[in-house]
Design a protein around this ligand. Structure first.
Ligand code: ADA
Length: 556
């Protein structure tokens, strides 16, 4: 058997040339006249930098790369926002209209080794061009190469493009190895944890995917307390593809979420990838620091709001034993969008890319989409139907859900595994003249549970996937009025005690971990400082009064 070929990916992160063009149209692909008058880091959000703060247009990132003449190669971009075009030697080789979602582009072969790479990163809102991120979303839409870029040298011939590892029975070490592409009768060489190579022949092939059962009794399982990880190398004789995975099975029964048959209580936060100095392009040290803070708070659960998470963050969640709700990008999408075939296609494409690129993270136990879409309108069903079918078909090891702010008016709850509600009793209070709306928090939560029981949905686990109150960092108020740290502390104490004490609640993701920049202009009148201030920490990760209160309850 010829030795399979696998080259380690080369990082292209570092200092690139840069120019910002406020007036250049997205359709204007004339690169020849550009003067790269600036320098920038990759990864970065260019509009998190003083020269480009708040500006909208097109950022051009440029660097040279070296590819041996005649060598097959491709570039992997882990995230470019809001949308991107990629050029090699001034020829367009790829486009991407889904920020936060990885994509790859082939590098055309050349007799020359030194090649010019230019990336156009657009940050103008444009619903026709990019309907996935609209101006009313409550988080700032940055532009840039948000996450790492790598160069992969590839062998000629058929590649092992994708490998997924499903756990069938964690106790028996029974796995299903899914390999794409594949043909009936094709032989694959597998090596688990650098162990002996085993040859498996593809007999069960569906839509170009081989499904190879593999049984390894005694494989250590993945759990928050013991986050054991394994590697699997698959080669088809031409190309070697290695993945890391965890042996774990997630199920839902009798109102609880179970991991390897044991019930969980999910305690944690919703977290945006955001920082005032880096936007969504967080340095690795900040990802680690955020997870250390979440662990210090006593959390075991993170909802990655509202888009695909940095793969390094999920790798860390795998290694540290966090449990994750990951969703594709959406925010308050209305029925007319949700019924629009072009929008549905964009949602299916980005969610498919998310599933494929983040498939083997054992920490991700819940797969979501369409945060707070108009799921109380029948016209919205086509998009929910398409995405629920997609997840069930392509991502069968995770529970399907979506975060709904329609509560008991939601029309699609029967179709998901877990009911996830975003509610804000005591903040967006029913009666704005009510002096102390804290009193409405527990009754509202209990009313949701009662309503679900009446609808015959009490067997589905119930998550509070958003609940919270705003607090301006440093504002201490003897009256404990809205926007004070005191009110937020009392609010989250009420919520956390209810969650911990009430067995009918499977978990909570408090809104939110830290403050984050949001709207500009008049919309910001609802967001003091033009930030979403519901963080338990401020945007620089400085803890508010609520921090110690939540920690005391979560760690009790
Ligand atoms: C919604 C939304 C969040 C945030 C929150 C709030 O639930 O999903 O992104 O906007 O409201 O702060 O009001």
């Amino acid at each position: 058997m010829p030795q399979p070929t696998s080259y380690p990916p080369q990082s292209l992160d570092g200092i690139w040339q840069f120019t910002f063009q406020a007036e250049q149209a997205w359709t204007d692909e004339n690169l020849a006249r550009l003067a790269y008058d600036d320098r920038i880091a990759v990864p970065s959000a260019f509009d998190a930098l003083p020269a480009y703060n708040g500006r909208r247009g097109v950022g051009f990132y440029r660097r040279l790369i070296t590819v041996p003449p005649g060598q097959r190669a491709r570039l992997r971009f882990n995230a470019v926002g809001m949308y991107a075009k990629v050029f090699i030697d001034q020829q367009k080789v790829g486009e991407q209209y889904a920020a936060y979602t990885p994509f790859v582009v082939e590098v055309p072969k050349s007799e020359r080794a030194e090649r010019e790479l230019v990336v156009m990163a657009g940050n103008r809102f444009d619903e026709a061009l990019y309907p996935l991120h609209l101006p009313d979303y409550d988080f700032y839409a940055y532009g840039g190469i948000f996450r790492s870029v790598t160069l992969e040298l590839l062998p000629e011939g058929e590649l092992v493009e994708w490998v997924g590892v499903d756990t069938v029975d964690p106790d028996a070490g029974e796995l299903l190895i899914r390999v794409r592409p594949a043909r009936p009768g094709q032989a694959f060489h597998l090596s688990l944890d650098d162990g002996p190579t085993e040859i498996l022949t593809a007999t069960d092939v569906r839509d170009g995917e081989a499904r190879l059962p593999l049984r390894r009794p005694g494989l250590s399982t993945w759990s928050p307390d013991s986050p054991a990880l394994h590697t699997l190398a698959v080669d088809n004789g031409t190309h070697l593809h290695t993945v890391r995975f965890g042996v774990r099975r997630v199920t839902a029964a009798e109102g609880r979420i179970l991991l390897n048959g044991k019930p969980l209580k999910l305690l944690g936060y919703c977290r945006h990838e955001a920082h005032p100095q880096f936007g969504p392009a967080l340095p690795l040290a900040q990802l680690v620091a955020d997870l250390h803070l979440l662990r210090d708070l006593g959390c075991n659960f993170i909802r990655g709001a509202h888009y695909q998470q940095d793969p390094r963050f999920l790798d860390l969640c795998d290694e540290l034993g966090f449990l994750v709700f990951e969703e594709s990008l959406g925010w308050g999408n209305k029925a007319e969008q949700l019924a629009d075939p072009a929008f549905i296609a964009a949602q299916v494409a980005q969610t498919t890319a998310l599933i494929n690129s983040a498939y083997n993270h054992p920490s991700v136990i819940l797969r979501g989409f369409l945060n707070e879409g108009q799921s109380d309108a029948a016209e919205s069903w086509p998009c929910y139907d398409a995405l629920i079918r997609l997840v069930r078909a392509q991502d069968p090891t995770r529970l399907v859900t979506y975060a709904s702010n329609r509560a008991l008016q939601d029309r699609f709850l029967e179709h998901v595994d877990v009911v996830s509600f975003n509610i804000y009793p005591g903040w967006y209070a029913a009666d704005i003249d009510e002096e102390c709306p804290l009193a409405e928090i527990r009754p509202r939560i209990q009313a949701c549970l009662a309503g679900l029981r009446e609808r015959g949905l009490a067997h589905k686990p119930f998550l509070l996937t958003e609940i919270g109150a705003g607090a301006i960092y440093g504002w201490r108020d003897p009256v404990a009025a809205h926007w004070s740290e005191d009110y937020q502390r009392d609010y989250l104490a009420t919520v956390c005690h209810e969650v911990v004490d009430n067995p009918a609640i499977a978990g909570v993701a408090l809104w939110q971990f830290c403050d984050g920049r949001t709207y500009r202009g008049a919309r910001a009148l609802r967001r003091p400082r033009a930030f979403n201030n519901k963080g338990t920490l401020d945007e620089y990760r400085r803890p508010k009064l609520a921090y110690d209160t939540v920690k005391a309850i979560f760690t009790a």
